[in-house]
Unconditional design. Structure first.
Length: 493
């Protein structure tokens, strides 16, 4: 059980426990009382007759249009349905669940002016494993209005919810959970649609995936260095210390840990650049992942709503303040940095594999075939990786540089976080597939040359040998690649 007694209590470990492991949450009564007091302050402010965006006025270009008292309740409900316009396959469950948790945390800050009842309803849905079906896009509005509409319209009984592998109407899913549809009060429809919780959830998910793949790519690089008997001197700690980059030095230490020491420091011919620059390229990805993780950690405790209710402070009066926290450009730029760095790592995989198939460099039979010329060996693996590299280069093109008018010009800038996240996930998937191809070839190289001396790499080869037979005769290698990819995906390697 995770106790929420402050709105800024989340860290990445607690987030993962709730979102990924399904830990239950308990919101303290004192925090709910704080939310109630802020709600009362909002109602008092609205009672003065002020114009309030999305409450007593329309939205976007229609912000100057007045909404009468009789229509205000209907507006809060219609906001959750009219803006749910996504298409495509659903987002992953952990991203949707993460967005729910982050909306709850934002409400518990008191700044959005939500009710304690909405906070309790949200907490109950999280504890009840509520899983709304949220399409993955396309989303071209500023902020996250459309995906949040898909998510939270399920609270009022609209849309779809996944339950036991089946997509059910939300009203039926609520009935099965023993809950009545929620009736949003003043401003609560706007509050549910605002902020940028999905961006943070993407940052955590894709950051975790990138960290796993970076280590697996470093293992593959070390195994390639060992099997072609390349010089390890470029990875020497004192050499990498000259650059002063701790991320590069971390990769170098990991490589030397995998490769062992001793005779590896001997004088050997200078290897191709793709072998020498593994610490620099992998270090760049490590640095980008560090920055993405730090951004996610900070945003777990951020309030990204608009508008927010603020007390009077110095010369700033009490009132509802419009803010730009929904514009998650900070996450988008970090996602795109990881994407570019991951594409570079994929480039190295292709180059190493090409060198491995070349007897002039590897000292092994051409194309790792038992009988070169008669057999194709592992050459098809390289051609598959070339296709993955080409796709990653296209996917790494940034989405954040675009800005297109919507809402008759009121919403004239977008962060395109969903597009950046979708591209990064595809890039990381391609990197995983490329690594699987390289590891099948490395298993064959070890079969032809003999296992490397380093114990950690011997263990890698032995595990690969359990699921990939030697290529003594030509065969379709796709099933071998899929088995190795499964090994990578599980995190075991």
């Amino acid at each position: 059980m995770v106790a929420l007694d402050r709105y800024d209590v989340l860290d990445l470990g607690t987030y993962r426990r709730i979102v990924l492991e399904g830990d239950q949450i308990a919101v303290s009564e004192s925090l709910l009382e704080h939310v109630g007091r802020r709600r009362e302050a909002l109602l008092r402010h609205l009672a003065t007759g002020v114009a309030a965006y999305g409450i007593t006025t329309g939205l976007g270009y229609l912000a100057s249009e007045t909404i009468g008292d009789d229509d205000q309740a209907a507006l809060q409900r219609s906001l959750l349905t009219a803006r749910a316009s996504g298409l495509g396959p659903p987002l992953s469950r952990d991203v949707v669940r993460g967005a729910m948790l982050l909306r709850l945390v934002g409400f518990l800050s008191g700044f959005p002016g939500a009710t304690p009842e909405l906070c309790r309803f949200l907490a109950d849905r999280l504890n009840g494993d509520w899983s709304p079906v949220v399409p993955s896009g396309p989303f071209g509005a500023s902020g996250e209005i459309a995906p949040l509409a898909h998510l939270f319209q399920t609270f009022i009984g609209e849309g779809l919810v996944e339950l036991d592998g089946e997509h059910l109407p939300a009203r039926e899913a609520l009935a099965r959970a023993g809950a009545a549809p929620y009736d949003p009060g003043v401003k609560e429809g706007v509050a549910l649609l605002n902020g940028s919780p999905f961006a943070t959830a993407f940052a955590v998910r894709l950051g975790d995936l990138g960290v796993r793949l970076l280590d697996q790519a470093t293992v593959a690089a070390a195994l390639a260095v060992a099997l072609v008997d390349a010089s390890v001197r470029p990875f020497a700690p004192r050499i990498l210390a000259l650059g002063g980059d701790d991320a590069v030095q971390r990769i170098g230490l990991r490589l030397t840990e995998l490769l062992g020491r001793g005779e590896l420091w001997d004088e050997r011919p200078q290897p191709p650049v793709s072998f020498r620059v593994v610490p620099q390229v992998h270090g760049a990805l490590g640095r980008a992942l560090d920055e993405l993780g730090a951004t996610a950690e900070r945003r777990l405790r951020a309030v990204t709503d608009s508008p927010v209710l603020m007390d009077a402070h110095e010369d700033e009066p009490e009132g509802l303040y419009p803010v730009g926290g929904f514009h998650a450009i900070d996450v988008t730029l970090r996602l795109e940095a990881v994407a570019a760095a991951a594409a570079q790592v994929t480039n190295l995989v292709e180059k190493r594999l090409h060198r491995l198939l070349d007897s002039r460099f590897s000292g092994l039979p051409e194309q790792l075939a038992r009988r070169p010329g008669v057999q194709a060996g592992a050459v098809s693996l390289h051609k598959a990786v070339v296709g993955l590299v080409a796709e990653n280069r296209l996917l790494a093109s940034p989405a954040s540089i675009h800005a297109i008018d919507t809402s008759t010009g009121q919403e004239d800038v977008q962060a395109f976080t969903f597009l950046a996240a979708e591209r990064l996930e595809a890039i990381l998937g391609n990197l995983e597939a490329a690594l699987a191809c390289e590891l099948v070839a490395l298993r064959q190289a070890a079969h032809l040359r003999g296992e490397p001396a380093a114990p950690l790499l011997v263990a890698v080869v032995e595990r690969l040998a359990e699921i990939v037979a030697p290529i003594d005769e030509d065969r379709t290698l796709s099933p071998d690649v899929e088995r190795v990819r499964g090994l990578l995906h599980s995190g075991e390697l």
